[in-house]
Design a protein around this ligand. Structure first.
Ligand code: SF4
Length: 574
């Protein structure tokens, strides 16, 4: 992938250049960090003309590596004010790679009220007037675009939330069936896309590509061995294909880290009713699919197609974190209601996690009681209707909590936690506190670690640091993080390194590979420092230090000094 496509929305011009030396060795999240650091002033208004929306496939997008079609999206976050990268599955990354595109950068800002649909083809970029698509949410929008432009297009789009600038707005990507079910959900990047006046980005008429390798035979041999290692791992080879990420509901409940009633408890007596096992039972009766792929080339198949009571498609990409935060965290026992909330969020284009936590604080404030499923649906629908309360919820958990004068707001740097209570899983708490992205489990979730005791603080800073580096690597390769669990086995990691050598040539080792992750994290941290963030921002909300989590009889007890070590790498100038 050799080209960078820049699209200026102010004057509707494009520049399609060879990618320079300074960017060529980066991809996905690492490329986003480099572009933002060099090209965007850290103190810029996230929704102003100076910010850029950057969309990048990973370094392995033009290979046959398993699960290598993740698409990374980044910019300065409207939600957190920090640097932000969020990634998703879907079909767009491979289409970009087939057009030799290393990245797509949206720049500038049109006049207020000017909206565009961008159509990227091998011949260039078309700017279609988008007025007639305004007001549509993602499912209807993608249906109409596919009818007009063909079923084989790939779409990145925003719903009403992105149009209205909700700080919780996502960018949705179409899956292999053309459904906008895959979300780059975190950090309000949908609002950033809306600030550029872009309703949808479409890739059309993209030819099939044959990928180039420095040593094709070596790549294929290493790739095959790596794929076997992915499928030999119990989580990626058995748990995920059988039950999707919902396999974690019963596991985290057993572990006592399933956030319940706005992070008040770590166990919930009704967890089983929302579990992966329960979903599998329902979907076997309703003709759903527990083993769906969100992108071509996935060998794990953790996505699901969730059908409603009548056997009709309701949602897919129905993840553990969504279920945990709408389920136990809001006390909602009806899995069909949780699936409807997931669909509503994908359709409107908002982050399910931040919305689940926002509803939790609304319940804590007494707007509706915990467990009120219909009340939760009503509040979520207010986001779509755009009522005053709906807009406040659409601005995220922190905004909703502050507006309602709730003291227990489960956020870091303005972004909600995921469905892992950090008091019982302290390594993930370290990640929430110190990740440059705000509370983000995908930056380094420690739930699979077998070596440490989750509720003890010893070793958790090192564990979080190692995982944050590894996740930054996978986010830069464009590989789904679920294909990375096997890297705990040095032999599998060695195969991944062989794949890098066979793709790019030259000499690769663990240090070079992990160096990519370290450099990415340091660049992200530098951006945040320039934006005004300090170590005082790298901590959990106070109630996590004050309130004992009964399932573990402990609080979060890592000191600020201990947390400050998490992204220290002992490098000169670091
Ligand atoms: S493992 Fe799941 S999330 Fe990852 S690429 Fe496959 S279907 Fe998508």
């Amino acid at each position: 992938m050799n080209k960078l496509l820049r699209i200026n929305l102010q004057d509707q011009t494009t520049v399609h250049n060879e990618v320079g030396e300074d960017y060529a060795r980066f991809g996905g999240r690492s490329l986003i960090a480099q572009i933002l650091q060099r090209e965007v002033t850290a103190t810029a208004d996230p929704l102003g003309p100076e910010n850029k929306l950057i969309i990048c496939p990973g370094l392995f997008a033009d290979t046959a590596a398993p699960c290598s079609g993740r698409i990374s999206v980044g910019g300065k976050s409207p939600l957190t004010g920090t640097i932000k990268e969020a990634n998703a599955g879907g079909t767009l990354a491979k289409k970009m790679a087939a057009l030799d595109l290393h990245g797509l950068v949206l720049e500038g800002q049109p006049q207020a009220g000017a909206w565009t649909v961008l159509v990227v083809t091998p011949a260039g970029v078309e700017f279609l007037p988008a007025q007639r698509y305004l007001g549509l949410n993602n499912y209807q929008l993608c249906d109409e675009l596919r009818q007009e432009l063909g079923a084989d297009i790939s779409i990145a789009s925003i719903g009403l939330a992105g149009e209205r600038g909700y700080h919780n707005a996502s960018i949705q990507f179409t899956d292999p069936e053309g459904r906008p079910s895959r979300a780059a959900a975190r950090g309000g990047l949908g609002a950033l896309m809306g600030s550029k006046g872009v309703k949808a980005i479409i890739f059309k008429d993209v030819p099939r590509a044959s990928w180039g390798y420095a040593d094709r035979a070596k790549f294929m041999a290493a790739n095959q061995a790596y794929g076997k290692a992915v499928m030999a791992h119990p989580f990626s080879g058995q748990g995920l294909p059988a039950l999707g990420t919902a396999v974690l509901v019963n596991i985290t409940n057993e572990m006592g880290i399933l956030p319940t009633h706005n992070f008040s408890q770590g166990r919930w007596e009704h967890a089983e009713e929302t579990s992966g096992e329960r979903i599998a039972e329902l979907q076997s009766q309703r003709g759903g699919n527990m083993s769906h792929i969100c992108q071509q080339g996935c060998i794990i198949r953790c996505s699901q197609v969730y059908n409603d009571k009548d056997g009709n498609y309701l949602t897919s990409g129905f993840e553990y974190e969504t279920i945990g935060l709408f389920g136990a965290n809001c006390g909602i026992r009806d899995i069909d209601v949780i699936a409807r909330l997931d669909r509503l969020c994908d359709d409107l284009g908002v982050d399910t996690m931040d919305t689940g936590c926002a509803l939790g604080v609304c319940m804590e404030a007494g707007l509706i009681p915990f467990g009120d499923a219909e009340g939760a649906l009503r509040l979520a629908e207010e986001m779509t209707e755009g009522t005053e309360l709906g807009r406040i919820i659409g601005y995220g958990t922190e905004a909703a909590g502050r507006h309602l004068n709730v003291k227990r707001i489960p956020t870091v740097k303005g972004q909600s936690m995921a469905a892992y209570d950090p008091r019982g899983l302290k390594g993930t708490g370290v990640t929430y506190a110190t990740s440059p992205m705000g509370a983000d489990h995908t930056a380094g979730c420690t739930v699979g670690d077998q070596n440490l005791v989750g509720n003890r603080k010893e070793g958790q800073v090192d564990l979080s640091r190692n995982l944050q580096v590894l996740m930054a690597v996978f986010d830069s390769l464009g590989m789904c993080i679920f294909s990375g669990f096997c890297c705990e086995d040095p032999e599998a990691l060695g195969k991944l390194i062989e794949m890098l050598e066979a793709k790019f040539g030259g000499s690769w080792d663990v240090n070079r590979l992990m160096g990519l992750g370290v450099q990415t994290l340091l660049t992200e941290k530098q951006f945040n420092t320039a934006a005004g963030f300090t170590s005082k921002d790298d901590r959990l909300p106070q109630f996590m230090y004050d309130e004992v989590l009964a399932s573990h009889d402990t609080v979060f007890d890592l000191s600020d000094e201990e947390l400050a070590q998490a992204l220290e790498f002992g490098l000169p100038g670091a």
